[in-house]
Every structure is written in structure tokens, then in C-alpha cells.
Design a protein around this ligand. Structure first.
Ligand SMILES: [Zn+2]
Length: 80
């Protein structure tokens, strides 16, 4: 897939809806932006879901717009 987009005066680009839908990107989702300066390209990469507290990618539970792992969820429940 390919398209041409104009960068606005604040440096923003809108990712076409059909591309977002194709790989399931939702609004308010964090993306990694990689500068590949050796080949003069910028790559957007879907960020791997991680626990908001310990950054573990394992045993995640969705919490609002982020994730928390089962271990951190258990530690928090023990504080209450
Ligand atoms: Zn965690």
C-alpha cells in the first residue's frame, strides 16, 4: 500500500483510515516512531502492549487505555 500525504505546519501526518483499519490501530494508541537515518526513512511501528507499571509484555489485562499485568494487579489488590 502506498499514498502521498502532506505534513502540516506542526509536523503531523494523518495515517489513512484504511491503513489504520488494516492493522487494527485505534485512536489514542501509542506508536513507536523510528528514524532510519542511514536510509533516510521514518518508520511507524505498532507498539507492543506492556504493563503500565513494570513494562512486562506478559499476562496483560486491559485497563482503560492501557494494560496492567497480572502480577502488578495482584500487588495493587494487596494494598487495598
Ligand atoms: Zn506489571
Amino acid at each position: 500500500m502506498h499514498c502521498v500525504k502532506l505534513i502540516d505546519k506542526n509536523g503531523r501526518i494523518v495515517i489513512p483510515k484504511y491503513m489504520r483499519e488494516k492493522i487494527g490501530i485505534n485512536s489514542e494508541e501509542e506508536m513507536d516512531v523510528l528514524l532510519m537515518d542511514d536510509i533516510e526513512q521514518i518508520v511507524l511501528k505498532r507498539r507492543e502492549a506492556r504493563c503500565a507499571i513494570c513494562s512486562s509484555p506478559k499476562n496483560l489485562k486491559k485497563l482503560d487505555n492501557g494494560y496492567i499485568c497480572a502480577s502488578c494487579a495482584k500487588r495493587i489488590s494487596e494494598l487495598i
